[in-house]
Design a protein around this ligand. Structure first.
Ligand SMILES: [Cu+2]
Length: 146
């Protein structure tokens, strides 16, 4: 009878131990995921462009920079959202890569030769307002004279 009680006690202890281990593992995984997120720098800045083709060119240029995880250019706001690993690259490298593809950014003017070889529909106006907020866009619309 004592043996039975003892083995039940052993099973109970083992059960508790394995539960504790599982909890610990979960905590560790969460910590690793969090530190990965923290290493990524989010950046938004203005980039001039006209259309979906511009979007492809701009995003391709940004994604071509080593360390860039994602790039999304907004055709309405003339703005790009970039996520990058700041141990591998920096904001200026991304501005320069986009400018080299022919597009103006807030900090670097687009390469003239690359601009001239863009399809004519993509040859945006150099005085175009970039990095517009959503609010400004709706203001523009209400100011139209019909
Ligand atoms: Cu275009």
């Amino acid at each position: 009878m004592k043996r039975v009680i003892l083995s039940i006690a052993v099973i109970a202890v083992l059960g508790l131990t394995s539960c504790k281990n599982e909890t610990k593992k979960e905590t560790e995984t969460t910590t690793i995921e969090m530190s990965k997120d923290m290493a990524m720098t989010e950046l938004s800045f203005g980039v001039r462009g006209n259309c979906g083709m511009c979007k492809n060119t701009i995003e391709k240029a940004a994604n071509g920079v080593e360390g860039v995880a994602s790039a999304n250019w907004d055709v309405d706001k003339k703005k790009i959202d970039v996520s990058f690993d700041d141990s591998k690259t920096d904001a200026m490298a991304i501005h320069k890569a986009i400018a080299a593809s022919g597009y103006d950014t807030e900090k670097v003017a687009g390469d003239e030769e690359a601009f001239n070889s863009l399809p004519s529909c993509c040859q945006y106006k150099h005085d175009m307002i970039m990095n517009k907020s959503g609010e400004e866009k709706s203001d523009d619309h209400s100011n139209h004279d019909h």
